[in-house]
Design a protein around this ligand. Sequence first.
Ligand code: PMP
Length: 340
Amino acid sequence: MSSQTPPFYHAASNENLFGVSPKVTAALQDALTRLPSYPHPDAAPLREAIAAKLGIQASQVMVGSGSAELISLLVRTFCRPAQETSVLSLSPTYPLYRAEADALGIAYQEVPLDSAYQMDVDTLLAKVDKTTRLLFISNPNNPTGSYLNQVQLERLLLELPPHVTLVLDEAYAEYVRTPDYTSALPYLEKYQNLVVLRTFSKAYGLASLRIGYMVAQEPLLEKVLQVKQPYNVNQLAQVAAQAALEDEEFLSYTLEATAAGKQHLQQALDQLGIHYWPSEGNFILIDAGIQAEAIFEHLLRHGIRVRRTDDAYTLRITIGQKEHQDHLIQILQDMLAPDN
Ligand code: PMP
């Protein structure tokens, strides 16, 4: 084992640990000369760039200060504490759906994933009632890496009653490799109650700038506009996102490096006999069979921060550079199989 400890491995927030496009840093340098001006109020150039990429109209795109802001805006648009409204999602999933509902005093319902952390459309549909206004599905799902496949998505879209808006949070969609997954973007034309969320925080490497976007039909976005503040996305973020979108080469590099890193980590986990769930994201959920807290603390002492979950046995690890992952694997091996 090398005597040099690699720099801190921040494996807790699913950021892009392979960096950011050099085109982004160049665009930011240029934008720094215009700091005294307000940002573009409705982010028109960026929304047009996103729309052109997706083959839709800019009026079907809204940008937010991270997709987190858009989640908050959706809850504020569709749910009212004084009325009988509720938010529905899965469990375990991204905790912000519940946090936003809680913050506004809105009822939050959840449907557990099955024992293999897969989604079940029947159970989801059975949980929908007359109060349900929003159904959030993280697809792929954070923290499990599991996903709603095309057949399941189509069923949900067909069978969900129109008073429920289906929000497909596709924060990790760029990483997906399995052929039976589909983004919900192609279904937007047909369904008025569908929203797709995307972010620049993951594959595009812009987590620090806070920028994401939402795509839906115009009448739905007009409702959300009523609760959105002007200038919600700063100019540096707008400029960086546009440059990131144009650099397909960097995106491919990220996706390749992440896939290779995921394969490397999975092989090592197999060898160590550590259970993990197949993941379509840039992260892996593991269950080492012992209390996760002990592993978490041990890794932290060795310069690696992973993410704890609500489950006492599982931990989520963001795919990182090979040097970082090798260090992680070594520490896990020393801890869990010291006689090897
Ligand atoms: N959705 C999911 C499923 C996420 O995992 C995250 C970030 N961890 C977000 C949304 C929020 O991303 P951001 O606000 O950085 O766009």
